[in-house]
Design a protein around this ligand. Sequence first.
Ligand code: ZN
Length: 412
Amino acid sequence: MRMPAMIIGLFLSLGVMPSSALANNSERASTDAPSGCQTETARIDQNFPTGAYQSCEVNGNKSFKLTIAPEDEGDINCSAWYAFRVNAARKARITVDLDYTKCGHRYWPKTSTDGVNWEFMKPKYVKVEGERGERSARLTLKVDETPLFVAAQEIFPPSIYDAWLDKLEQMSSATVSLLGRSAQGRKIELLRIADPETTPRETVVLVGRQHPPEVTGALAMLPFVETIMGESDLAKAYRSRFETLAVPLLNPDGVVHGHWRHNTGGVDLNRDWGPFTQPETRLLGNMLKWIEDDPVRDMRVLIDFHSTNRDVFYTIPDELPTDPELFTKKWLELYQERMPDYEVNRDARHTEGRPISKAHAFDVYGAPGITFEIGDDTDRKLIKRIGRESAIAMMETLLQTPEPANSVPTEK
Ligand SMILES: [Zn+2]
């Protein structure tokens, strides 16, 4: 019997049902995907967006071994992503060993049959062995004729963003446009949120998914965006003064290929802000420049959504003057007030010239740059609340800041 573990319904507020989220990825199947493993009982494959393992071995009729490896030989962050599908001929219990070439097991496995509802595997079916970088995992899976997806985090491919953006675009405050394309030609979309009746002159920039496995950051970014698009008086006041430019999926190639960290150029995109050597980051670099060069626009804040082992904001220290002044301090204090049963963690530091989004926004534009990190294992309901409450606190804080001098409307 299937255990009623934690059920996650993504995007219920918008009713997005990404029916194509787990469609076969023929592009991948025909190029670099190793063939699956098959026995009389079950077949394992990775031919769908985000599907990833290096190789599959049959150890017995009901026993498989997957080798999990990073996307390239370069320096890699230990975000050991895996995603695979099991098609069984009949009801059975199989074991799948996850054997890592580097870094060891990190993400608690989740399963889904529809790509929308995910269950965290019950601890008794997950055996993790070894220390730190040497950790491997043995998963015991109950399978039947319904294909079962097993992944490091909820599978969150470009099609989910497409469905979400399609839905948002129906609202009058949203415009979706093509910012540009990734190295492999995938769409990188820009969502602009602003009151259509006014001409906001202050810009908030939101960035997501530079790092493919960092799904919990995306799980916070969506409710964050939905909150500033909401019907509250606060959101309306915010949208009449501020435009929000959101790029929710900056590394679609890495996401589709199930990369641990990089784009297809072998680069960590959040170490490329400044050099802008990659097509994906260059789009953002140009967008920030365009905001700055526009005489009536002014970038007020840049927030970049990520995941790590805990919820934490990486920020510019308060001692370094930003414009708006002390925005981060005021925002996070207000956010903490709104989350009385939760501890808001802030880690403030700055290295000038470090090619990450946060430092670049500050070094070049004087704007508070913030890396918004969500823990890998943070409760999914709490993540929605984090997204919502932090957005409310951001809007309130920004509305209290004085308008920049250059944003005074010109007299007719
Ligand atoms: Zn990251």
